[in-house]
Design a protein around this ligand. Structure first.
Ligand code: PLP
Length: 384
């Protein structure tokens, strides 16, 4: 099936919002370079500055704090690789639940990287950050602390407020990957402690290939791509005005659309329905605060590769949550850090909803899930 009927993988990428599509197409019809001072250039510049206001508003940031990048991965790399250099830090702290964009950028600094664990509920162990800061303080070392706000696999909301209290008043720096939180919860960037925050367009209904780094004024020297002075020197390269305009339109439209879809109710119905079908279902991170649009679970004994293939044949697109870019299903480092046994985590699947999701999607999904679980149970000669 080339066009799966039902899309249940919003955490991987959200469908393009009609508002973003309209802004994208309108901008593609314009000619010029936004840095040019003539009328053509100024028209593109206006689109970019309108989008900056829209993204800033959603992030609770000042317009000047928003730097457009080619993806959140680029924004994250700028924050970590560029931040380590600009701030002269001696070591990086990353949580064990970070997206590869964060962990690989930390490695790329060439500095010592210390990993902070997750507890069984998927929460960052804040006490390990306390210890690491104490050790750094007594050694006279400066740290860059890198954490995420919402986990892309489990939806667990991290205790970033507690981490801010530790790092904010200290000589250390704080970077937050807010990719899965943006548009779904308030970031309040200007009034909060993080020095830098990364967000992504395609998680909120803009096309892929556009992101932003939110930077406090003292972080303005944090650079990755040097060049023609665009983004007030903070990110070189001619801006993709069309992608930026679409990002702005998505930022303006997404929260209402997302709220209207009532995704937490969809997750509740999905989890309740799956439990009726498979009473031994395990939902990862269930006891922690979760963002409400995603559920990550396993049925003991049912491998995710088998279940996902069965669902895919029925036109239901779900994820393992940990697919690597090659498209293969890899083991989840997040679940491993939570202490989930490898055998159970081989069954982990992620269903994520968003602005276009409906209860009919959940019903179709539960029907498919029931078939897959039923087939598995009959093959193994027992009830699921
Ligand atoms: N961080 C998190 C938590 C993510 O979920 C993702 C995308 O899956 C990224 C970073 C990377 O975002 P982008 O695809 O815009 O580079």
């Amino acid at each position: 099936m080339t066009h799966p009927a039902i899309y249940l993988d919003h955490n991987a990428s959200a469908p393009l919002l009609p508002e973003a599509r309209a802004a994208l197409l309108a901008a593609l019809d314009l000619t010029g370079n936004p840095s040019s001072v003539h009328g053509h250039g100024r028209a593109l510049r206006n689109l970019i500055e309108t989008a900056r206001t829209q993204v800033a508003k959603l992030a609770g940031a000042e317009r000047t704090q928003v730097v457009f990048t080619g993806s959140a991965t680029e924004a994250i790399t700028q924050a970590i690789v560029g931040g380590a250099r600009a701030f002269g830090v001696d070591a990086i702290l990353v949580s064990a639940g970070e997206h590869a964009a964060v962990s690989k950028a930390a490695e790329a600094t060439g500095l010592p990287v210390r990993q902070i664990g997750l507890d069984a509920h998927g929460l960052i162990k804040v006490e390990e950050i306390v210890e690491a800061i104490k050790a750094a303080d007594s050694a006279g070392m400066k740290l860059l602390v890198c954490v995420h706000l919402v986990n892309n696999e489990t939806g667990v909301i991290q205790p970033v407020d507690r981490i801010e209290v530790l790092v904010g008043p200290s000589p250390h720096y704080l970077f937050v990957d807010a990719v899965q939180a943006f548009g779904k919860m308030a970031l309040e960037f200007s009034s909060r402690a993080p020095d830098m925050v990364a967000v992504s367009g395609h998680k909120i209904g803009a096309p892929a290939g556009i992101g932003a780094l939110l930077m406090k004024g003292h972080a303005d020297q944090v650079r990755l791509i040097h060049g023609g002075g665009q983004e007030t020197g903070r990110r070189g390269g001619t801006e993709s005005a069309a992608a930026i305009a679409a990002f702005g339109a998505a930022a303006a439209a997404f929260p209402t659309r997302f709220y209207d879809a009532n995704v937490s109710e969809l997750v509740r119905v999905a989890e309740d329905g799956m439990r009726l079908i498979a009473p031994n279902l395990v939902v990862f991170g269930e006891r922690a605060d979760r963002i409400g649009n995603v559920t990550n679970f396993a049925v003991p004994g049912l491998k995710n590769a088998v279940a996902m293939m069965g669902l895919d044949l029925m036109g239901l697109s779900v994820s393992s949550g940990s697919a690597c870019s090659s498209g293969k299903v890899g083991p989840s480092h997040v679940l491993a850090a939570m202490g989930v046994a490898a055998e159970l985590s081989e069954g982990a699947m992620r269903v994520s909803f968003g602005w276009s999701s409906t209860i009919a999607d959940v019903e179709a999904y539960l029907k498919g899930f029931g078939e897959v679980v039923g087939r598995h149970a009959s093959r193994h000669g027992r009830a699921a």
